[in-house]
Design a protein around this ligand. Sequence first.
Ligand SMILES: Nc1ncnc2c1ncn2[C@@H]1O[C@H](COP(=O)(O)OP(=O)(O)OP(=O)(O)O)[C@@H](O)[C@H]1O
Ligand SMILES: [Mg+2]
Length: 1058
Amino acid sequence: MASGGPGPPGGEGRALGAGRPLALERQVGVWDTVLLEPLTEQAFIANLHQRYKHDQIYTYIGQVLISVNPYKKLALYTSEVIRAYRACSRFELPPHVYAVAEEAYRAVREQNCDQCVVISGESGSGKTEASKLIMQYVAAVSGRAKEVNAIKSQLLQSNPVLEAFGNAKTHRNDNSSRFGKYMDLEFDFKGDPIGGLITNYLLEKSRVTAQQPGERNFHIFYQLLTGADIQLLKSLKLQRNVENYEILKQGRPLQYDSLDDKRDFQVTRRAMDILGLTVDEQQGILRVIASVLKLGNVTFSPVNNIDGSEGCVVDNEYDLQDVCELLHAEPAALQAPLTTRCLEPRAEAVLVELSAAEAAGARDALARALYSRLFAWIIVRINETIKPKKHAKRKVLGVLDIYGFEVFEHNGFEQLVINFCNEKLQQIFIQLVLKEEQEEYVREGIEWTPVEYFNNAVICDLIEKNNHGILSLLDDECLKLGQGSDESFLSRMDQSCAGHPHYVAVADNSSPAHCFRLKHYAGDVTYEVAGFVKKNTDSLSRDLSMVMYRCDLPLVKTLFPEGNPKRATLRRTTTASTQFKISISALMKSLASKRPHYVRCIKPNDTKVANEFGSELVRHQVLYLNLLENVRIKRAGFAYRQTYEAFLARYKMLSLHTWPAWCGLAAEGVTYLLRDLPISMTEYAFGRTKLFIRSPETVFELEEFRRERLHELATLIQKSWRGWRQHRLFEAMRKSQIIIASNWRTWKAKEELRVMKQRRRTEWAARLVQRAYRCWKRRRFLLRLAHHLPSESPLSRDWPRAPPLCHQTSALLYKLYHKWRCHKYRMRFDQTSRNRMREKVTSSIIFKGRKASYAKSIGHPFLGDYVRLRQNSHWKKMSADTNDQYVVFADIINKIARSSGKFVPVLFVLSTSSMLILDQRTMQIKYRIPAPEIYRISLSPFLDDIAVFHVRALSPSRDVPVEEPNLPGCLLGGEAGSKHRKGDLVFQTGHVIEIVTKLFLVIQNATGKPPDINIDTEFEANFGQSDVVFSFKASGHPDTPPGQIRIIRRANKMEVIL
Ligand SMILES: Nc1ncnc2c1ncn2[C@@H]1O[C@H](COP(=O)(O)OP(=O)(O)OP(=O)(O)O)[C@@H](O)[C@H]1O
Ligand SMILES: [Mg+2]
């Protein structure tokens, strides 16, 4: 056994990642037979066998997948496994059909190039299953949008319909595809399926009317009879029993799996619904199937005509009528065309009766035509549904599931065609995988030792070559207009192909007569020529075509367009083999235009049972499939090749030399690129136009590098784009912000202006209101004041309360009013009152704020004459002498002795001209001092009631009493008439304010100039010879009782203590 490589060394593989499905964990044998050591046929088959025993049915030869049919359900197809193959690369996981599907799908999606998966192998080797698994995988991993899911569902649902109509049970396979199918899955640029196209190749229509023992007709007949409900059967004029139908009975004895058929019928109906077949269309399809069943039951009996010719009659006309009814034709419409034939090429149409055998042949031909055309129509109809709706650029993944190589006991025309198809597929495999690969190495100048293999081109030539090929000879035979026969075809073949290494003319007794043998690449097959010409021509009589065209069932009309009388033509239809050749060559062309992936299916046994590995059978397949040669070429060759331009285009991003663009020669660019990558030089070789890479792992590695780099580049693009987008967003936001800000500022300014205007208006209004209010208030106050003026008495203090804003006015008005009422009051005064007033005002002027005792005097009326001196007769007499009759003041007051400070009560009189001091008892004048002599009056600011009258030194005008006594305290002393100064007089009296005021006025009146009023705490007084300083002290002396005064004489100082 080999070791190492992408698979597990010695078969035990690289440890699979945690979480891998269990089915993928157990590794057996070698994954890739390229790594098999030694490479022998035996070791190759043993490896397959070993793996098969452990349910490892898949093995690689490089990129080619070998699949051995397990004939049992394996846990290999779960969604978990799909996910694993989706996530990992081909070389990380064991071989699997999903890995092939993934590679093809990834190439479609990422490399944008068309792919195809060619599935080949014998009948029953598992091709159809593999193709379904590939479709299932692609459906599972592609997009999940609603319409994508709908398309996927339609693509998948085409399988049950095609299998119902195109598959049948054969000896080799219970679900054998009796037609070739090539399906294109079409994808959009994202890799989402957008539709598909099915091409079918040569349905084995002979099966409709004849099956080999042990085989069945197409599934749909059994499905319909067992699965349809009774109403449906009735409407189709059918009975449930399969045995009632001739075309289903031929393969007997046969076990019908009615349960599966019943269930499959539901599946087929559901699939038809999903594929969009309308109820009418489905009804039409079932009617055609029913009519084929019924037609098969129509039998003919020979009759001898009068002219001796052989004719026939229909035995069971009811069945034929049922067929007509089912197809919506005239009840007897089919009778004539089935029993007679019109020979048209003659000048006049001649009606020839058919023998019973010929009529049966016409019946079978009609049944086969109905069925095969219905099958073709269904495919066209499905294609209509799955056709891509978008016309965008698309990529294709083709899956080819064509019938496998067949060798039966009796092999006819169909087997030749089928095996020819397989030869062609083998040829394209050889072309692409074996031959071309080797030729390419030589062409590109790569060192190479050629590997020998069998090239089946020679067999293909034998069958298809123009002029001498078997199919050409057959066509020639068919051209002989009724003269051609199978025997003459055989003899021509025997002549023309004699000596061909792959053609054997059979003439021995061991084989049935009229046979020929072909040595196919897959083995020898003996073909019986009986029926070859007929099947190749396969013409339906024109009468039958016309009857079918005239049917009212629209579907049948569509199936037989040549029955349209307007399109009547005598042109020969192309033979079946020519049609097949054309379609196969188109298929080969289509495959050659795509990158192929191969699945080579191997059938392990002929008994269709699980766990049986027939080494001989497998060896045979390994040999004819050239698998060993395939391995040898793979081992010697290179896994991957690509033109330098394409390689550079794909991987240029991996080197700074080639990214983003390489301007020089592509080969040079590739050299730089590979030099920059950690890839061993033995891993690649430079051809003339292409680069060759030895192992798939290197390609995988390159792909990984590319993926990572693309990721980086995508991130870079994303980053730049995001940056650009954010910048644009920012710019937009900035612009918006500027617009918003400017608008906002405008709005704000307007708003401020509005607020300001409003405020101004409000303020103006407020001021207006305020002004009006104030006016109103003032007005109201003034009016109220005017109407309710307070008392006119100057003593009244009543005054209405004024509002705050009229306080000042009110005060002024009050003053004004008061002045006015005082004036008014004064106006009412007589002379006396006026004088008194004058005195009071003068007193106020002199003392207000200067003398403490002033306040006490205000309310006291200045009576003046307290001793009623004016009425005194003595005084009257006396005063007339001195002109002192007008007494201004008279009272007994204290004269203060200047030497002792003692109080001496005296009668003090003030007349309008002088001041007089009289003895209170005798009324003798002690002093008379004319008013002008007194120049100053001094007082203290206190409450002491003492006043000092400063008298001038005597003047000649002074009027003094003659007999003036020398009394202490007198102003004038000495001899009478002497002119010595006596000094100032000091008095104490409760009327000191009144006396000083009146004296002040008297002096002013007398002299026109008022005396000085000196109010101080210290002042000087003249006591005759000396000056004495009077000092007043308000602080209480302990010897002085409160409210009284003490006068102390100390030398030249008289202290008055209060
Ligand atoms: N991978 C598989 N797992 C399980 N069973 C399988 C698998 N492949 C094939 N089979 C079984 O083998 C049978 C035959 O397979 P399939 O119909 O795919 O063969 P085929 O190659 O298409 O034959 P034909 O050429 O006759 O159409 C299937 O019906 C199925 O039972
Ligand atoms: Mg098949």
